[in-house]
Design a binder for this molecule. Structure first.
Ligand SMILES: O=C(O)CCC(=O)C(=O)O
Ligand SMILES: [Fe+2]
Length: 360
């Protein structure tokens, strides 16, 4: 083949990363969340204090123009991130046989995995997935007879010993931050702050630990191929190596997200795109890898309950002026189809929200 990596990893020429990532002065917006440390989010429909109003304007512009932003002064204690990063490094450093003890399978997609495919090309990474709050089994899906649905049970490794506690503490902090962001986004859509909270009552949020080893052919393979996140919101922590590329909406250029210590990267997922009827769009992103340095990242996928029917919000729809752009779909079914396609290589493209787009 002439390449140093297994052909399963090789991206089609048009999707390969350029040898140098575009370094731009103007990247994704950086938003300081410190106003939230002093003033509560207005939930009574009253006027927001000026600091919150200007924060809302920043969030609105970032969601509209990029679908991505970074936050600082978010209120998440840094030791929680340090601890889960250390746990992740400890876990991935274990011998392969030990990692395989907690491997995911076709019945339960949680645990360790190193052959994930994005759009049918293998990703240069290994991952560990866990669900944030375990739900009663069988999972309630809208479909009758759907109780043979995925059994979502966490698989905890024996090592490192602090792994489970680090994950559980981190998770709590992520939930709090996610609800704050959700409420801000709801306000920017002209809705009451808590309008969307009900969808998250029996939420199915996930944490993924990502490890991208150094790659002998970083110009051919990707850590994660180009994709959009299917859920509502993603809160991502990355280390100082860098490699996350976001597709800039204005010109389609891939822009590298600069690592900023103690920050989180937030992106709008497909569900917010549909709820907002395309006011906000979920942006395509990917992960480039490099020859020398391994990279670790931790996305928290904030997802509604699996039984939720996703469709444009009534308040944002006007039959004549702003008709709904999407047909309704069941989140659990979408999630399950996506998980299965990531598990093995398929001959067809996996499920995407544009499959639910109404014909105009
Ligand atoms: O590792 C990263 O920076 C991003 C990973 C990602 O996009 C994902 O897991 O969905
Ligand atoms: Fe992603």
């Amino acid at each position: 083949m002439g390449s140093l990596v297994d052909p399963a990893f090789v991206q089609a020429p048009e999707h390969r990363p350029k040898p140098t990532a575009t370094e731009t002065a103007v990247g994704i917006p950086l938003i300081d969340l410190s106003p939230l440390l002093h003033s509560p989010i207005p939930t009574d429909g009253g006027a927001a204090p000026p600091a919150i109003s200007s924060l809302l304007a920043e969030v609105e512009a970032a969601c509209r123009d990029w679908g991505f932003f970074q936050v600082i002064n978010h209120g998440v204690p840094s030791e929680l991130l340090d601890n889960i990063m250390a746990a992740s490094k400890g876990f991935f450093a274990l011998p392969a046989e030990e990692k395989w003890q907690v491997k995911r399978d076709e019945v339960n997609p949680l645990g360790y995995y190193n052959t994930e495919h994005t759009k049918n090309v293998r990703d240069w990474k290994e991952v560990f997935d866990l669900i944030v709050e375990e739900l009663p089994v069988p999972l309630a899906l809208a479909e009758p007879g759907a109780d043979e649905f995925l059994s979502l049970r966490n698989r905890w490794p024996e090592h490192p010993p602090a792994f489970r506690e680090a994950c559980e503490k981190y998770t709590k902090a992520m939930n709090e931050l996610a609800f704050k962001l959700l409420e801000l986004i709801s306000l920017t859509l002209g809705l009451p702050a808590k309008r969307l909270n009900g969808f998250f009552k029996d939420r199915a949020s996930f944490i993924r630990l990502n490890h991208y080893p150094p790659c002998p052919s970083p110009h051919l393979a990707l850590g994660v191929g180009r994709h959009k996140d299917a859920g509502a919101l993603t809160i991502l922590a990355q280390d100082d190596v860098g490699g996350l590329d976001v597709k800039r909406r204005s010109d389609g250029e891939w822009i590298r997200v600069k690592p900023i210590p103690n920050s989180y990267i937030i992106n709008v997922g497909d569900i917010i795109q549909v709820w907002s009827n395309d006011k906000y769009e979920s942006a395509e992103h990917r992960v480039s890898v490099n020859l020398e340095r391994e990279r670790f990242s931790i996305p928290f996928f904030f997802n509604p309950a699996l039984y939720v029917t996703v469709q444009p919000l009534d308040e944002l729809i006007d039959e004549k002026k702003r008709p709904a752009k999407y047909n309704a779909y069941n989140w659990g079914e979408f999630f399950k189809a996506r998980k299965n396609s990531n598990f093995k290589k398929l001959e067809v493209e996996n499920v995407q929200i544009y499959h639910f787009k109404k014909a105009v």
